[in-house]
Write a protein that binds this ligand. Structure first.
Ligand SMILES: [Zn+2]
Length: 211
């Protein structure tokens, strides 16, 4: 099984996002349905993306990728709970995928809802929704103790970045399997933010300085 090294995978994502923001599509993406037959026997996704469910951040589209390219996990607020960690372990072990991206985005409603919940607790929250808010809460509540609490826009922006950073760190250290693969097999976990305003993905966390 050919393993795509993490940094090569990262470059592919960057190139794909550049195509997306330039309004072009690669031939591979345009003709992706011709790969249907090749993929029946198996898959070799070159990156795992844990992104938000937000309809404005469709992962394959913003990275200009096609069938079989990306192993995608989407959940509101791109949180890292056990089922997400298990999904990443599965892809890394089963398919040899070496790059994992936590993809947050500007104006994330799940992060916003968490900030609102912290500032004005809802007396009867849904238990299921709370399971998402509770995952985001530790990343952002410290910000409410700073001057940022007076600046709604800046608070939301920093909360989104903090949530990505904490999620990436939870993934790096929340699993003995992933920790071992990071140390010995070149697995890389990076954090990124997609801008709804520009379409650009900024890889801002965990990217080695040489890149
Ligand atoms: Zn979101």
């Amino acid at each position: 099984m050919p393993v795509v090294p993490a940094l090569e995978a990262l470059e592919r994502l960057r190139e794909g996002n550049r195509r997306f923001t330039s309004g072009v599509r690669s031939i591979d993406t345009l003709t992706t349905q011709t790969r249907l037959g090749d993929l029946v026997a198996g898959q070799e996704p070159f990156a795992v993306i844990l992104g938000c469910s937000d309809s404005r951040v469709p992962v394959e589209i913003v990275f200009d990728q096609g069938l079989g390219d990306l192993f995608v996990i989407r959940v509101a607020g791109n949180i890292v709970a056990p089922s997400q960690i298990g999904s990443v372990e599965f892809a890394a072990q089963r398919f040899g995928t070496r790059l994992v991206v936590i993809l947050g985005h500007t104006r994330c409603g799940a992060v916003q809802a968490t900030l609102e919940e912290l500032q004005q607790p809802n007396t009867q929250p849904s238990r299921n929704l709370s399971s998402i808010v509770d995952r985001i809460r530790p990343s952002v509540e410290g910000l409410l103790a700073t001057e940022l609490r007076h600046d709604h826009e800046a608070l939301a922006q920093q909360a989104i970045l903090a949530n990505v950073r904490v999620s990436a760190n939870d993934l790096r250290h929340g699993s003995a399997i992933l920790e071992r693969m990071i140390q010995r097999e070149g697995l890389l976990v990076v954090g990124a933010e997609y801008s709804l305003e520009t379409g650009v993905v900024d890889f801002f966390d965990g990217v080695p300085a040489t890149v």
